[in-house]
Design a protein around this ligand. Structure first.
Ligand code: FES
Ligand SMILES: [Fe+2]
Length: 454
């Protein structure tokens, strides 16, 4: 077929598709990984003001964040009654707590007397109750007002009507989701395809082994969009083309709130200049120790997957023998609107979250978690504190992140300062997106637009 005959969105990079590579697997692959679900969504430019304008930022605070399901913490952040964690998004602040009966509740983090936060922003800990630091009004973990100092002066306050107002809570995959909208659709429905797809990869059977938090110098949307396409790999991560098929990444749109990309590891990209032997590809893979040899009759991809089955299986005492090469190695990345990324893979087991940084339009907070497999029958250990790195600090300095991966995060985040500045320096008013490789960026903006114009 000539290029002219193709409709917009139908063109693809030459070479084997992600699906073809995955179908070559040494094991049966979950059906959801061999499904393609691309839809062309238009080619119009998207105005830069969504990243730079105070009005849009304020509209998001009013019409987006109070209306969407978003994860506040993992269950293993608050394992015991009295454990709490404060989740902040812009000026919104939500107190998430494990109650006496071990259920989870969430409250607006604001005293019903004169508004003081009951716990500081971005804090966590264990408590018997929520006692306001100002005048001492106190609520139980269940949200009942249990102490009102000098109550003789408040005959107009009936304790039973002064419960802490609740925020909706729902748990899925070990994540505690909150939603400030009392009329929100149930989380199960909000998640679209995720419950079905993640039946293959229950995230409640994993634990948080690492949590890194960094402020990024760009609007929260620009920051997360650095992670929704592999098109930037050519220029930003050229080293990865020796062992990852970035140009042939697959992009899937599943609904208004969920989409995915998949790109395969252990295969050289079609853009990699030299013809690679299987051994060359393995040697280029940073996650495989130097000196490993690809046996006769095996591909680098098969060998690397087998290596990881053993290494990760032994490290966490789990049986990975039936896991496909794709699940072991590939960058499989789902997105849940507005700001959550989920990687169900075994060697790349990340979760991301991007939020506004306080009131600042031009910066954001990036939480990066690693979810490792939980040994069957074991309870997850308590989640580690977030390891915070400064805006100019390298991910390579973080204990627990391999250097090569830290380097990739540095490359991804190094573009952001110049992009946020370039948004403002522009003559051209908006960005021009690729029809296929950048369709997830467009999907995000379309759904955002729906919320802001509701
Ligand atoms: S503001 Fe909270 S007790 Fe007064
Ligand atoms: Fe990247």
């Amino acid at each position: 077929m000539s290029t002219q005959a193709l409709k917009p969105g139908e063109a693809r990079n030459p070479g084997p598709s992600t699906r073809e590579t995955i179908l070559d697997d040494s094991r049966p692959v979950p059906e959801v990984l061999t499904t393609e679900s691309y839809t062309y969504m238009g080619s119009e430019d998207i105005d830069y003001s969504v990243y730079t304008s105070r009005e849009v930022f304020d509209a998001e605070m009013e019409k987006l964040w109070p209306k969407v399901w978003q994860w506040g913490c993992r269950e293993e952040h608050i394992p015991e009654p009295g454990d709490y964690m404060v989740y902040d998004v812009g000026y919104h602040s939500i107190l998430v707590v494990r109650t006496e009966d071990r259920s989870v509740k969430a409250y607006y983090n604001s005293c019903l007397h004169r508004g003081t936060q009951l716990k500081p922003s971005d804090s966590d800990g264990m408590t018997d109750n929520f006692r306001c630091p100002y005048h001492g009004w106190t609520w139980s973990l269940e949200g009942d007002l249990v102490d009102l100092p000098c109550d003789w002066d408040f005959p107009h306050v009936s304790k039973s009507e002064f419960n802490l107002p609740e925020v909706q809570v729902a748990i899925w995959g070990g994540f505690v989701f909150i939603n400030m909208d009392e009329d929100a659709m149930p989380l199960e429905e909000y998640l679209e395809v995720l419950p079905e797809h993640f039946e293959n990869w229950p995230l409640s059977a994993r634990f948080t082994s690492l949590h890194v938090q960094k402020v990024l110098p760009a609007n929260w949307k620009a920051s997360q969009e650095a992670f929704v396409e592999a098109y930037h790999s050519f220029e930003t991560h050229p080293q990865a083309l020796a062992f990852a098929q970035n140009n042939n990444a697959q992009y899937d749109i599943f609904g208004e709130r969920t989409h995915r990309f998949v790109h395969t590891f252990g295969v050289a990209d079609i853009a990699w200049p030299e013809k690679q032997s299987e051994q060359d590809i393995l040697d280029a893979m940073p996650s495989i120790p130097d000196g490993e040899k690809v046996p006769e009759g095996m591909t680098a991809r098969q060998f690397a997957a087998e290596f990881q089955r053993k290494a990760v299986g032994e490290m966490f005492d789990v049986d990975l023998s039936q896991r496909s090469d794709s699940e072991m190695l590939d960058s499989i990345e789902y997105h849940l609107f507005p700001n959550m990324f989920l990687f169900p893979g075994v060697a790349l087991p990340m979760i991301y979250r991007f939020r506004p940084n306080g009131d600042d339009v031009d910066s954001s907070i990036f939480d990066l978690l690693f979810l490792r497999p939980l040994t069957p029958g074991e309870e997850p250990p308590e989640a580690p504190e977030a390891y915070k790195i400064g805006i100019d600090e390298s991910y390579e300095t973080v204990p627990g992140i391999e250097k090569w991966l830290g380097h990739i995060y540095d490359q991804d985040t190094a573009n952001l300062d110049m992009q946020q500045k370039g948004f403002k320096a522009t003559k051209k008013p908006g960005q021009t997106l690729g029809n296929y490789q950048e369709v997830r960026v467009r999907r995000l903006h379309m759904t955002l637009h729906q919320y802001l114009n509701a």
